[in-house]
Design a binder for this molecule. Structure first.
Ligand SMILES: [Zn+2]
Ligand SMILES: [Zn+2]
Length: 130
């Protein structure tokens, strides 16, 4: 019996199965960076000037989205406020953008990120989020 071909959407969804939220963000960021390269390659042999501009814009958007996913999924290794080193994955607190603080500074900030105004959560919790 012949195997049914796997649709690309299905194959892509499969890549994300069983990953944590941060792992999904990291993977999505990598796929978007790869997507940017594909858009640039399409732009390179596009004759229509306007279409080429649009493809290059699309590449830029992919890079921007990929950059956001990388930022949001890459833990930092020290406190932004006091500069003390943090142990991964459990040390300190962070916001959704990975603005990161040690426990003492997090408490002093009343668990509100001074950069984005979002909540500072335990990094252990953030890392484990399904
Ligand atoms: Zn600190
Ligand atoms: Zn923040």
């Amino acid at each position: 019996m012949a195997n049914r071909p796997v649709e690309p959407e299905q194959a892509m969804a499969g890549l994300f199965e069983g990953l944590t939220r941060l792992q999904r963000m990291a993977l999505l960021g990598r796929l978007e960076a790869a997507g940017a390269g594909l858009y640039r390659a399409l732009a390179a042999d596009e004759k229509n000037t306007k279409a080429r501009e649009m493809l290059l814009d699309a590449a830029g958007n992919e890079e921007k989205n990929g950059g956001l996913m990388k930022l949001m999924s890459t833990p930092k290794d020290k406190c932004e406020k006091c500069g003390n080193a943090l142990s991964r994955p459990s040390g300190g607190v962070a916001c959704s953008f990975q603005c990161t603080f040690c426990s003492d500074c997090g408490t002093a900030l009343q668990h509100v990120c001074p950069n984005c105004g979002g909540a500072l959560e335990s990094r252990r919790t953030l890392e484990a989020r399904p």
